[in-house]
Design a protein around this ligand. Sequence first.
Ligand SMILES: [Mg+2]
Length: 179
Amino acid sequence: MSNPAKYSLNSKKVAEATEEWLEKRGVTKMEIAELVHFLQKDYFPELTLDECMIHVDAVLSKREVQNAVLTGIQLDMLAEEGKLLPPLQEMIQHDEGLYGCDEILALSIVNVYGSIGFTNFGFIDKVKPGILVRLNSKTEGEIHTFLDDIVGAIAASAASRIAHRKQAEREGVTTPPLD
Ligand SMILES: [Mg+2]
């Protein structure tokens, strides 16, 4: 009888893999910070890219976010390798408009950050600025059906985190809302 080693979650490895795979799939944290800046610059004209980056890091440190990133990237890669079951393979490969599970997975990220996250996610998905143009370009051999929504969701969540924190600052609240 086999005696598999006891499984135990290694949170540090999950966090490291998240950053590693985002980079391997061609997404830098600065590009996500640029999306955050795009979403919030009209509300906070003094907002800097470095500040946006801090919020992107905070969002990426959450377990729900890491799980969604790794799951989405894995599905994109399996689709690139043609390893999914038909007709799921074809639907993900062609970014089928009526599929929708890519958006739902990304919503598990936005979920953590409340309604401002939701509205920003819908907005950025429509406008598709910056890095989202490249992820949606359907370059031969590349599939980012899940990753485009995930990147948009991370940016939308960081934007929501900024909005809540700025309001708390204005009110002099010492315990910041949303971690
Ligand atoms: Mg998609």
